[in-house]
Design a protein around this ligand. Sequence first.
Ligand code: PMP
Length: 396
Amino acid sequence: MNTPNQFHRISRLPPYVFEQVNKLKAEARARGEDIIDFGMGNPDMPTPKHIVDKLIETARDPRANRYSASRGIKGLRRAMAAYYQRRFGVTLDPDTEVMITSGATEALAGAMLALIEPGDEVVLFQPLYDAYLPLVLRAGGVPKLVRLKPPDWRFDEEMLSRAFSPRTKVVLFNNPLNPTATVYGEDQLSLLAHFCMAHNSIVVCDEVWEHVVFDGRRHVSMFAVPGMRSRTVKIGSAGKIFSLTGWKVGFVCAAPEILRVLAKAHQYITFTTPPNLQTAVTYGLGKDDSYFEGMRRDLARSRDRFTKGLKQIGFPVLESQGTYFVSVDLAPLGLNIDDESFCKRLVAEHKVAAIPVSAFYAEDPVKSVVRFCFAKKDATLDGALERLAGALARSA
Ligand code: PMP
């Protein structure tokens, strides 16, 4: 009988970012305490009714519950290509350059398995979305980390020079960046593109937050950066477009020769994604621009409400340019407490769960930043602010 220790590649992985806070949350809930959860990116707003109705209607059709084409139903691939054309000016052939996956996570896993050979170097930016490092390591990649820090989380030529080498096969880049809520524009993308081209690397761009950018910003896809079309794998998620995070419908776009390889990996991971969900997402993508703008406006309003409250309490707030997240930096407060201890205290004493950003670093973490998810109803935001007011007084 094998013991768990024999499965060492997986069992040696560092603990999941949310594990500790989730444990504290579960313990508090078991004691009957009510915790306001600002940890995971889980919106508590009403779900988009028309899209859910479409799912219910579609699920009654037996064909919508059988395996669909491995790359995804044609209607969704077409709708996705049309949507990207309309919103980001990216032209895609739905037959050869678009594939539907079971969430962005499957797309990421497939890309790592398909593109990395053992010993290949992979450039990553930390703080890292939690799935990246385990996937790169499991695929046999050698991570080369670029360390970003507050307040602006930018990278420069020197940082990239240290990470890139002639062995750099893949770059895994997240824009807008979770957890920092940074939206990278043309200047940073061009710098990274220059390094990718000079080192003949493929960039896997996790752009799941591309629809959630604020203050008139425009998401620039790496796909649209001159010279990058043939070496970019663009990953998206319907969960983030429609705030239906549990649906797990993802998109991968790449030049036909790369997509062919990714499609092979997908074939042996999930093969396909529930067609009823795909049909409902197709319907959603057909909504006119005002629908998507309305969602962004509502999220920006929640961000502003929560940010204002945090500032009134006295938290130094880092700018949230996109995503569902806003972070505070404890460093200027001189509290003598790190982000992890602060989050543990928040959940234990103030009944608010948040995430210490140090958990998103693989090495040399920035230990002063705490991330909150603001994609919540006003009452939830206000209730949390009331509780958080006590947290600073207690730590001072
Ligand atoms: N990448 C990033 C940066 C994310 O924030 C998330 C979800 N939080 C994902 C990927 C996963 O997306 P999905 O739920 O579609 O798998």
